[in-house]
Design a protein around this ligand. Sequence first.
Ligand SMILES: *Cc1c(COP(=O)(O)O)cnc(C)c1O
Length: 368
Amino acid sequence: MALTERIKGIFKKSRNQNKWPGLIEAYRPWLPVSAKTPVISLQEGATPLIPVDSISKRIQKGVRVYVKYDGLNPTGSFKDRGMTMAISKAKEAGCEAIICASTGNTSASAAAYAKRGGMRAFVLIPDGYVAQGKLAQALVYGAEVLAIKGNFDIALKIVQDISKKYPITLVNSVNPYRLQGQKTAAFEIIENLGTAPDWLCIPMGNAGNISAYWMGFKEYFQAKKSNKLPRMMGFQAKGSAPLVFDKTIETPETIATAIRIGNPVNKEKAKKAKKESQGEFNYVTDSEIIEAYKILGQEEGIFCEPASAASIAGLLKIKDKIPENSQIVCVLTGNGLKDPECAIKNNDSIFHQNLNPNIDSIAKTMGF
Ligand SMILES: *Cc1c(COP(=O)(O)O)cnc(C)c1O
């Protein structure tokens, strides 16, 4: 996709002419930062918007579908967009330690940015429900990992209480700087397409990201950088769909652990985004999620995590409602490498094992 003039300008301004400077520098006028803010960045943002014809073909009607592949951020999820802001502002305030509850990606991102900013990172996770890659990241980045016998919602309550009582900054999406950073993904989409899409399809867990995108789309619309606003289409896993059923789910369950959340903290903001944008919330089953996950892998060469595939699964589920010639963006929130166990269990590939190491038997197995 061609770079816009604005981004070319940013490349020129940065010290290294070909280097994206990270989203705080790229979108400084749109963010609550000042010359005093120490920018803690891993050059997050500027992720690709990739057309996915295998999905467009399943819909027809002249519809074009793209994925915003935010799994290509430095720690492999969109959380980095919010974390560069939250950690920079924490550093500016003189904070020495941060804390979060996490289904995995927040802890990976918080740990990376906190360490880069010279802070301690504490992360509370639901024991046994965090994908391997995410846990590995938090440990490698040097976080202090606290696994609790309880789900995400319980972990979040605990970290909220701790951050009120002790001198430690909470970096979950109740932290307003998180959403400020995350809204930049909407800016990038508008710059890539020249306007907002007709629909934005996005998975919802704590529902911060859908709220952040809506804020970003509105800001660019008000600044006349887009001539329209998208409908915000939020998707949850059926076993973990408090926003779809409009009630707290005490024991959420889904293969998509990143969105295994029963009581989203940003629910009011998300409902407002839905209402203002004439959007919809729908659920998808775990098998629909896996179906979409496989299509992206096998037909597009795109490896996302199961939670991210919920956006594609959701779009396919409601495809009869899509107006002709629409442009649709599905947000792929996280990288598939985060959850290798899910990948190995859920694929249709042929995996021949225990082969004799000689040409004849290999060729024969290959069908020659
Ligand atoms: C955090 C996360 C989500 C959910 O985002 P919310 O802002 O909590 O709604 C979805 N997918 C992935 C991969 C995530 O890490």
